[in-house]
Design a protein around this ligand. Structure first.
Ligand code: SF4
Ligand code: SF4
Length: 143
């Protein structure tokens, strides 16, 4: 009797192990595989320079003083260079809401990591591009 009960337990365990081995893992094989982020994800920003009017509304709206602007750096008639300090940014979205010129967006890119703390200050070279060409990331185009 005991033998059959043990056999039943072993069968249950083997069934459980087999199920686990065959089922898809709950984790993702990051960075080679990534989850689908919601449409309104507030990841790192992208600054569309040609639409910017240097109005500074984004700078004023930031509650954490994470954005600075250089109005002397012009590529177009009215634009300016923006600098984002990602050691300060809390991804609240106030700056993108404040921009009335469609010049500032959040992207779905949330994997911001740098080797050095200073490198988390994103200047025009980083904030105007996604380092990925074309400017399309996870289903959304920015230009
Ligand atoms: S998301 Fe919020 S904290 Fe970050 S730069 Fe914009 S306003 Fe500032
Ligand atoms: S990004 Fe938008 S809110 Fe910020 S300075 Fe440019 S136009 Fe103004």
């Amino acid at each position: 009797m005991g033998f059959f009960r043990n056999l039943g337990d072993i069968f249950q365990i083997l069934r459980h192990v087999f199920r686990q081995v065959m089922s898809r893992p709950f984790t993702y094989f990051y960075p080679f595989e990534d989850r689908e982020y919601p449409e309104r994800t507030r990841g790192r920003h992208i600054h569309v320079r040609e639409k910017c009017t240097a109005c500074m509304q984004c700078v004023r709206a930031c509650p954490n003083v994470a954005i600075s602007i250089d109005k002397s750096d012009k590529h177009y008639e009215k634009d300016a260079a923006l600098f984002f300090d990602y050691t300060r940014c809390i991804f609240c979205g106030m700056c993108t809401q404040a921009c009335r010129f469609d010049a500032l967006f959040h992207t779905k890119v949330v994997d911001i990591s740098e080797g050095e703390r200073e490198d988390l200050l994103y200047g025009p070279d980083k904030i105007e591009t996604l380092d990925r060409d074309p400017l399309e990331w996870r289903g959304r185009r920015f230009r």
